[in-house]
Write a protein that binds this ligand. Structure first.
Ligand code: BES
Ligand code: MN
Ligand code: MN
Length: 457
């Protein structure tokens, strides 16, 4: 432990400088305009892995953005940790709401401000630096493989085939991921559940062309009015989702399980204050934390159509669109829910319009067992570095690889992230605490140590 702290203390400025180099490259996977930057970032990650001492470092093609791979196999009899992370980031817009430019990282108030600082470049890079630390101090206790992907933020749709193709190369005993949060800097937690995702785009068409809203309005279906009504009908007065069969496979938690999850501290007043809302809203019968972790949801992510330019244009639009996502919980299945949505959406459309449903990416929900060697090692590692036993917590976000890996290789993941829910990931002014970055680098080698130790027994 002292050795870890000494090494970090001596090199932390360089660690930050190197992270800043990665943060300066706008690796926005969603926008083809940045595809060169995405590749440049993969190359930069590759360089860092080589410098840290990894072998077989290569950039592997996928059907989309490339994967960075590297490994250090020190002893076949030792357990192997597969580190997963992503070097791609969300788009930065609305850029005008950033205090400092999204791709010009800056530390203010002990926080690194930049797109990707917390999600996930900063968290992924902790693993590279922890690996360097273990190499330099001769303390690497496990074999390690790195798999850093470039399209997590767009749904990892090429990952399934990639994993199946490289099954042997990716053989490991556990997957270690830092792409989630802790409850607070002084309340460490390990993520034991993630929601799945089913995401679609819908298109509603009324008349074959935009019309004068005075000449035709009132007589011809307005696709935007219709779409709004359809969307509104998908929640009832208790904020339950009305798609038939939607809840059928949802695993209800027992009173005991809910009480257990409720042990984690949560301050609703602070929560509301931070978001500047008078009140929260959600499914009747569940509290806020449950609504964002163990319950499924349906949300409109974007809606458009008609005239949205300057001033007023009186128009009855021909088309309306929306992007709708559903967060899923065990044991809902992404493909099944997508099919249920599609069928329902078509069935509630009035005859006066035509609808199209285009499914985007999805992913299945996961729960991480806490009775494994890997979980115990993570728990012990955090207990030592934070001085407090971490709380198992379920989170609302999604990371497609976790379910994919389990399905394809039967491999479980450990979700040991160091971010905070308040890091503004996907939002303007995303940031990551320097404390969290360094705490991660400190904790990761301890995970290796205890995982090796517990695996022996
Ligand atoms: N790191 C997040 C997921 C996350 C955030 C998990 C916070 C737990 C706490 C990840 O990069 C992400 O944003 N995932 C997407 C899913 C994807 C399929 C686009 C998400 O959750 O929207
Ligand atoms: Mn992420
Ligand atoms: Mn993300």
């Amino acid at each position: 432990m002292e050795q870890i702290k000494t090494y970090i203390g001596k090199h932390q400025q360089r660690f930050l400088d190197e992270l800043f180099v990665l943060l300066r490259i706008p690796s926005v996977s969603a926008d083809p305009k940045y595809s060169k930057d995405v590749v440049r970032t993969a190359e930069a990650v590759k360089e860092r892995l080589v410098a840290a001492g990894a072998d077989q470092v290569e950039i592997l093609p996928t059907g989309g953005h490339p994967m960075v791979y590297g490994e250090k196999i020190i002893d076949a009899s030792l357990p192997t940790i597969l580190v997963y992370g992503h070097y791609d980031v969300q788009p930065a817009d609305p850029v005008e709401l950033w205090t400092s430019p999204p791709f010009e990282p800056e530390i203010r108030d002990g926080k690194i401000y930049a797109r990707g600082s917390a999600d996930d470049k900063g968290q992924m890079f902790m693993h590279v630096k922890a690996f360097e630390l273990m190499m330099q101090t001769g303390t690497l206790a496990c074999n390690v493989k790195f798999m850093i992907e470039g399209e997590e933020e767009v749904g990892s749709s090429n990952l399934g085939p990639f994993i199946r193709k490289h099954k042997d190369k990716l053989k490991a005993d556990v997957i270690l991921i830092s792409d989630t949060s802790i409850i607070a800097d002084d309340v460490p937690s390990i993520t034991v559940g993630l929601r799945g995702l089913s995401y679609m785009e819908v298109e509603v068409t009324g008349p074959n062309v935009d019309l004068h809203s005075g000449v035709y309005g009132g007589a011809v279906a307005n696709p935007i009015n219709v779409l709004c009504k359809m969307i509104a009908s998908m929640h009832d007065e208790n904020n339950h989702i009305t798609i038939p069969g939607f809840y059928e496979k949802v695993k209800e938690l027992s009173k005991e399980e809910r009480a257990e999850l409720d042990k984690a501290p949560f301050d609703l007043t602070k929560y509301k204050k931070a978001l500047d809302v008078e009140d929260v809203q959600g499914e009747t019968g569940y509290n806020t934390r449950e609504r964002i972790s163990i319950r499924p949801t349906l949300d409109v992510n974007g809606i458009w159509g008609g005239y949205t330019g300057e001033g007023a244009k009186t128009v009855l639009p021909s088309k309306a669109f929306a992007k709708i996502s559903m967060r899923l919980v065990p044991n809902q299945d992404g493909d099944e829910i997508t099919a249920l949505f599609q069928k329902h959406f078509e069935s509630i459309a009035p005859k006066a319009v035509k609808v199209k449903v285009r499914p985007h990416h999805g992913g299945n929900p996961v729960v991480v067992p806490t009775d494994t060697i890997a979980y115990k090692a993570a728990s012990k590692a955090m207990e030592v570095s934070f001085g407090k036993k971490p709380i198992p917590a379920r989170e609302g976000g999604s990371i497609p690889i976790v379910a994919l890996f389990e399905e394809a290789l039967g491999l479980k993941s450990i979700l040991m992230g160091f971010g905070l829910d308040s890091d503004a990931i996907h939002s303007p002014n995303e940031h990551y605490g320097v404390y969290n970055f360094l705490k991660g680098i400190e904790t990761i080698p301890l995970f290796y140590k205890y995982f090796a130790e517990y695996s022996k027994k």
